[in-house]
Ligand binder design. Sequence first.
Ligand code: FAD
Ligand code: SF4
Ligand code: SF4
Length: 478
Amino acid sequence: MAERMLQFVHLPQQQPPKREVAERQADFAEIYRDFATTEAERQAARCSQCGVPFCSVHCPLNNNIPDWLKLTAEGRLEEAYELAAATNTFPEICGRICPQDRLCEGNCVIEKTHESVTIGAVERFITDTAFDQGWVKPRRPRRELGRSVGIVGAGPGGLAAADALRVLGYDVDVYDRHDRVGGLLIYGIPGFKLEKDIVLRRHDWLAEAGIRFHLGVEIGRDLAFAELRARHDAVLIATGVYRPRDIGGPGAGLAGIVPALDYLIASNRKGLGDAVPAFDSGELDAAGKRVVVIGGGDTAMDCVRTAVRQGAASVKCLYRRDRANMPGSLREVKNAEEEGVEFVWLSAPEAFLGDDSVSAVRALRMRLGLPDASGRQSVEAVEDSGFTLPADLVIKALGFDAEDLPLAFGEPALAVNRWGTLAIDHRSFMTNLPGVFAAGDIVRGASLVVWAIRDGRDAAVRMHAWMQQGARIPAAAE
Ligand code: FAD
Ligand code: SF4
Ligand code: SF4
């Protein structure tokens, strides 16, 4: 082991510096500055090179973290990048937006006595450096197989599969209803976590490798699913989950109560320079408004921080559990608090007040009860605990379910499970329709980018194995 490793004993953890709060509040640029090369190398050298690296075990991609940390510490950045890219299609994206505190870094063994190695920031640094140095080359196949795959959805799951299949030699066509690739990376996740050009440069890179993109094409509307199956030897569905969970109660239909993704898409499109009438009319713009966001996940965190940047008069996040029991990343809660967001823990909406448009949220205090069957503490309302929060804009961020895909695709035989997500054989990634595979959120339910990448890569391997046997979608399906 290089002597320069194991530096955690005397070198404290250092994340890349954050921009000043006042500066952050005023734009949508990423809040973390870049690591300087020397700092990245020093931080990588804190790793103790564990024999059983729990960081890798808890990374959904099982990234070879200790080895690329060691290469980084030795200044061998090109090799570090190659190793990182071998297991991760988009290391610079995961380095930015994985909830590392729950995955790799949260399981780093030095976390117990010293703060963890800054794995995500180093992964981002290595890959950004590789782009700057021109080490990132399109992954073209050595030989063409003359066989064709259609992928529905250009989110991280679909793109990871497209890359893996293209490099094996398949003709790959990716269809997406949006006009840009990236799925939630481009229209869901705001620029202060992941700047848009980071996502868009991957589009260029994948197109240069020979992947054909058909953007603005919605399967089931612009192109029949049956036609798609007729065109390709195999099809992968990676359409994500987009049906927002709704909230009931008196006044829930008032104007000014909007779904989170409508709000975030409008903001992201505005930032990309698109015409967004619902934003320009003020309907989806938080400027000058008292904003209440309901929910405690990543989507809620992105909404509160977007509202701050749009110039909201005040931003409150209403969540029925407490800080320790929220699903969102604690790092993002901290960032939101720094930026002026007020968290109203253990509170749930009871009614929405207002004439035509919402003017306040009536809420109840909650307390945590006994654990339910899943082991999670249940929540119950505290009697006579009602209170009112003034609000001009209420954003509902309660999670997402799958759309009715058999209906949308005009394919009633496509099997779903009881949550409405696609049912697959988890060994083959195939749905009940021969040659139709599925991956990402449409199988798992709302999850994480890193899991979508993992599923996309695994599905590509299984699709390859299936087509290697000479199989293709049966003619009867055409
Ligand atoms: P998606 O990214 O949803 O992509 C699906 C694509 O399919 C979309 O482009 C869609 O347009 C397309 N599509 C759907 N139906 C059709 C059709 N009929 N025809 C053609 N195209 C279609 N995860 C993290 O790891 N870190 C985070 O910080 C994080 N923040 C998030 C913030 C928000 C606001 C949201 C909503 C999610 C966040 N997530 C985060 C979760 C993460 O974005 C998803 O788990 C991930 O994007 C799922 O990837 P996917 O490829 O399965 O689907
Ligand atoms: Fe950590 Fe995510 Fe990178 Fe894995 S992909 S090492 S979980 S930041
Ligand atoms: Fe290094 Fe931490 Fe991983 Fe151990 S768990 S190999 S110290 S990053």
